[in-house]
Ligand binder design. Structure first.
Ligand SMILES: NC(=O)c1ccc[n+]([C@@H]2O[C@H](COP(=O)([O-])OP(=O)(O)OC[C@H]3O[C@@H](n4cnc5c(N)ncnc54)[C@H](OP(=O)(O)O)[C@@H]3O)[C@@H](O)[C@H]2O)c1
Length: 246
């Protein structure tokens, strides 16, 4: 099949491209650095010529809610309209487990808008809600680290390996549109502070972690809100297995 991956140079996108190419598909990469901008549509119609299905694994910059919602609204609308013009038959969106249970997270507000547009849109779709990735703890502390000190909320998560997410996206996109795919998660629950500590230790980095609910993530994200629901699809790679190879 000829398949486009939006966000082809990103964490999940590049692994999805690799998985699809390994399976013998013809893959078109979409990202600004590849000459296609979903904020303007520049390069998009050319990129989608002959494309049968699309994975959207793009991301939004910043942590301002209005800007994040506007970014996902613009990019998703432009992408879906171009897919309709090109006759694309399946749009697969990578989303996040639990976004409807957390009102105050700006990124989640953007993802809800993205899901709404896909569900109401012109292209048959599958939404794949995934839990936090195994590299999430390191990413979060990178955002807040100043002079070797980082704040981090003690979130209860059930993280998943990026390559496992990509493998599922590569499998789903070649099949029929499913609507909402079951939640996708890794095999074990973890505490985000502990994940950050173990990641830094494995990488030989010395970072003092300050657990808090007053930083990027508030107390509404405490408890089981980020955990996968009933009937979740559980991917195999544990956090420790990923840490040993990352
Ligand atoms: N991190 C987590 O734990 C987690 C968990 C579940 C779901 N997710 C979701 O997974 C998705 C992918 O995350 P990620 O970490 O893989 O993203 P990422 O590494 O930040 O990559 C984002 C990709 O989007 C492209 N992009 C950004 N703006 C674009 C634009 N205007 N036009 C075209 N391409 C654009 C980027 O390339 P250029 O910069 O070259 O344009 C890049 O290829 C996100 O939507 C996120 O919500 C994340």
């Amino acid at each position: 099949m000829r398949i486009a991956v939006a966000g082809a140079t990103g964490n999940i996108g590049r692994l999805t491209v690799a998985a699809l190419e390994k399976a013998g598909h013809d893959v078109v990469g979409i990202s600004r650095s590849l000459g296609v901008d979903l904020s303007t549509g520049v390069g998009l119609d050319d990129a989608l010529v002959g494309v049968e299905a699309v994975v959207d694994a793009t991301n939004a910059p910043g942590r301002d809610e209005a800007a994040t919602v506007a970014h996902f609204r613009t990019t998703t609308s432009i992408l879906l309209a171009a897919e309709e013009r090109a006759g694309v038959g399946h749009h697969v969106l990578l989303s996040i487990v639990g976004i409807d249970r957390v009102a105050g997270n700006p990124h989640y507000a953007g993802k809800r808008e993205q899901e709404r547009l896909v569900e109401a849109g012109p292209v048959p779709w599958t939404i794949v809600p995934a839990t936090q990735f195994h590299d999430f703890a390191a990413m979060v502390t990178d955002w807040t680290e100043v002079d070797g000190v980082a704040t981090i909320a003690p979130l209860l998560v059930q993280p998943i390996a990026p390559a496992d997410v990509a493998g599922v996206l590569a499998e789903v996109v070649v099949g029929s549109p499913q609507g909402r795919h079951p939640d996708l998660a890794g095999p074990e629950t973890q505490d985000l502070v502990d994940m950050a500590r173990r990641t830094h230790a494995a990488r030989g980095r010395s970072v003092t972690l300050v657990p808090t609910w007053s930083g990027l993530f508030g107390a509404e994200m405490a408890g089981p809100v980020l955990l996968p629901g009933e009937g979740a699809r559980i991917a195999p790679t544990t956090f420790d297995e990923w840490l040993a190879t990352a």
